[in-house]
Design a protein around this ligand. Structure first.
Ligand code: GDP
Length: 418
């Protein structure tokens, strides 16, 4: 501050601008980054959701070119249908040219298979949230240097190839998850539709997505991207929603080579041929060109939104000033509030369990009281009946003895009777 205390004084600095002579070395930074990444390896978690029999496991096997899911013996989809939605995960460590990838595929068998599918998305939402919560918890721990990122980086949603438009369940599901995950809708088993049908179906799906305000993942372009990257990105976008075909079986292709595909009496569909289906595009988006983008969007946007919302609901206001962001006191307060909220939740849960137990006990007592009362009533009635009978007998006996006294001739016959 200057003598009057009116503001900071900028010290005079002589900046000498020189051309760099020779190589300093920071151009090597990407290489350093590359080495570090190779050493650490990568991880990628994605959800596959869709009704059973839409080719989800086949597509995952096709994407990673290995049997992550064993070939199912049951081939009748209706036989596989189950009413409850379960969450299952398959993990694998795979390596390609020295680059390691820890892959986790999350599946929700049973989704959309019940007659009434309302709420069938609940377990899926719970899984996404619990993975975010796990991360949030790990972040608030004292040692947070090695957090394992189990968050869902992408969700591939399989649309049944009806050729009409999206079903109500498709729309409801996508609306439930689109703010939580990078949503990638695909048309399953697209070899069951003709080229024109696919084009029309795609258009109707996009119309529905737009009118319903559903946010799907679109690859971004950046200012510094070269023309080739921008063109490739635009081409990719124009194919959304990808019409995919999956198969790990080899068939004899057009030029006689063995290719992955599906053989039909009318011809062959090659999985890896861009003219035959959009499988290659999906792989490009999900793995080859945008895997890191999907991870980053999850961390920087989707998770941040979730975190802000969660902390806000717990009563913590998000503060955007840089100072407070790094203020240990604020951090401590956040952790304290988080801890307190957790304790309050536990207490509320315990109270509700206690209340429930008390109500159950009360009900039991009331029931046994009622039983006792009815048994008492029953016994009382029985006894009264016996008393009444005895009294009747008594009166009868009294009458008969009186008769005998009054009429002794009957006494003989009476004796005979006894
Ligand atoms: P999931 O229940 O969604 O995992 O479905 P599966 O991957 O087990 O596939 C169910 C059936 O559909 C199997 O008989 C597959 O061979 C077949 N299938 C898988 N992908 C395709 C595809 O792209 N096109 C066609 N026509 N059939 C497929």
């Amino acid at each position: 501050t200057d003598a009057n205390g009116s503001g900071p004084v900028t010290p005079e600095v002589n900046i000498i601008r020189r051309k760099l002579n020779g190589y300093v070395g920071f151009a090597n930074l990407p290489k350093q980054w590359h080495r570090k990444s190779i050493r650490r390896g990568f991880n990628f978690n994605f959800f596959i959701v869709g009704e059973s029999g839409l080719g989800k496991s086949t597509l995952v096997n096709t994407l990673f070119n290995r049997e992550l899911y064993p070939q199912k013996e049951v081939r009748d989809p209706s036989a596989e249908k189950q009413t409850n939605v379960k969450i299952e995960t398959v993990s694998a460590d795979i390596e390609e040219n020295g680059v390691k990838l820890h892959l986790t595929v999350i599946d929700a068998p049973g989704f959309g298979d019940a007659i009434n599918n309302s709420d069938s998305w609940e377990p899926i939402i719970e899984e996404i949230n619990s993975r975010f919560d796990q991360y949030l918890e790990a972040e608030t721990k004292i040692n947070r240097t090695t957090i394992i990122d189990n968050r869902v980086h992408s969700l591939v949603y399989f649309i049944e190839p009806t050729g009409h438009s999206l079903k109500p369940l498709d729309i409801t599901f996508m609306k439930k998850v689109h703010t939580k995950v990078n949503l990638i809708p695909v048309i399953a088993k697209s070899d069951t539709l003709t080229e024109e049908e696919i084009a029309d179906f795609k258009q109707r799906i996009l119309d529905d997505i737009n009118t319903q305000g559903i946010n799907i993942f679109r690859p971004p372009t950046y200012e510094k991207d070269d023309e080739e990257t921008i063109l490739s990105c635009q081409e990719l976008m124009s194919r959304i929603p990808f019409a995919v075909v999956g198969s790990t079986d080899e068939v004899s292709g057009k030029d006689g080579n063995n290719v992955r595909g599906r053989a039909y009496p009318w011809g062959i569909i090659e999985v890896d041929n861009e003219d035959h289906c959009d499988f290659v595009r999906l792989r490009q988006l999900l793995i080859r060109d945008y895997l890191e983008e999907l991870r980053e969007t999850t961390a920087k946007k989707l998770y941040e939104n979730y975190r802000t919302e969660k902390l806000r609901n717990m009563g913590i206001e998000q503060d955007h000033s840089v100072f407070k962001e790094f203020d240990p006191l604020v951090k401590q307060q956040e952790e304290k509030t988080l801890h307190e909220a957790k304790l309050a939740k536990m207490e509320a849960e315990m109270k509700s369990v206690f209340d429930q137990k008390v109500t159950e006990k009360e009900k039991k007592l009331q029931k046994s009281e009622a039983e006792l009362f009815s048994r008492h009533k029953e016994m009382k009635e029985k006894l009264l009946k016996q008393v009444r009978l005895l009294e009747e007998k008594k009166t009868a006996l009294e009458n008969s003895s009186r008769n005998m006294l009054d009429n002794p001739s009957q006494q003989k016959s009476r004796k005979r009777i006894f």
